[in-house]
Design a protein around this ligand. Structure first.
Ligand code: ADP
Ligand code: TYD
Length: 212
């Protein structure tokens, strides 16, 4: 896919392990930028468009062994393609700030690393079907036991990945930190084990640098 380049919008993604505070920080950033007069689209993955939200239910609910690693990868990619076509690209083309709770880096980690090594397949499919990287990625880093306790405290139905346990989250944390080195031009690492306001202030500092 060739995305519509050259538009003046800004694409910001949040990444990190489950429960690290991404959704909280996405909302706070969206509110702050709207208060500052920006047009903001706040969205999430998997999901963010009607079709992708349907796929979200398939991948996040039910038995941890419901899908093979390869099938799961195809489902996440299908959801992303729909989200990109219907939500992200139109908003960027209209010059808006898009804030997305997880994006392709989560696939590089969760499908690319967690059950065998599918990273090369993830990268090839991304190039072929998505072809868009964020302008800025904020990695909320923290100890997995804290993150998992926070995530479990939510008591939702979407626990397929959380049910893989703390070892998976440890692997994801290390993987995200390595990914931040690999894509150091767009990644910023933020310590998430601090009060919400302190994390939000650092998020805002990085975003302001890019907006300037
Ligand atoms: P994520 O989207 O990364 O899974 P959430 O933003 O949903 O994380 O946060 C998980 C839980 O932790 C929520 O109950 C949220 O209110 C709480 N939380 C978020 N940020 C913090 C923080 N900095 N300190 C303490 N609790 C937090
Ligand atoms: P999310 O709702 O962001 O969970 P949390 O708020 O607990 O961080 O994402 C749900 C799960 O989906 C999360 O465990 C990570 C997983 N996921 C993937 O495995 N691959 C992907 O490409 C994406 C976007 C998410």
């Amino acid at each position: 896919m060739t995305p519509a380049r050259g538009a003046c919008g800004l694409f910001i993604t949040f990444e990190g392990i489950d429960g690290s505070g991404k959704s909280t920080q996405c909302r706070l950033l969206a509110d702050a930028l709207r208060d500052a007069g920006r047009e903001v689209v706040l969205t999430r993955e998997p999901g963010g468009s009607p079709g992708a939200e349907q796929i979200r239910r398939l991948v996040l609910e039910g038995d941890p062994d419901r899908w093979s690693a390869e099938t799961e990868l195809l489902l996440f990619m299908a959801a992303r393609r729909d989200h990109l076509e219907r939500t992200i690209e139109p908003a960027l083309a209209a010059g808006k700030v898009v804030i997305c709770d997880r994006f392709a880096d989560s696939t590089r980690m969760y499908q690319g690393l967690s059950r065998g090594d599918l990273r090369a397949a993830v990268d090839q499919m991304h190039k072929l079907m998505i072809g868009r990287e964020p302008d800025l990625t904020l990695l909320i880093d923290m100890d997995p036991s804290v993150g998992l306790a926070r995530a479990k405290g939510r008591q939702g139905k979407e626990e397929r990945f959380e049910d893989f346990g703390v070892e998976l989250q440890e692997k994801m944390r290390a993987g995200f930190l390595a990914l931040a080195q690999e894509f150091s031009n767009r990644f910023r690492i933020i310590d998430g084990a601090r009060p919400v306001d302190a994390v939000a202030a650092e998020v805002r500092k990085h975003v302001d640098e890019v907006l300037a």
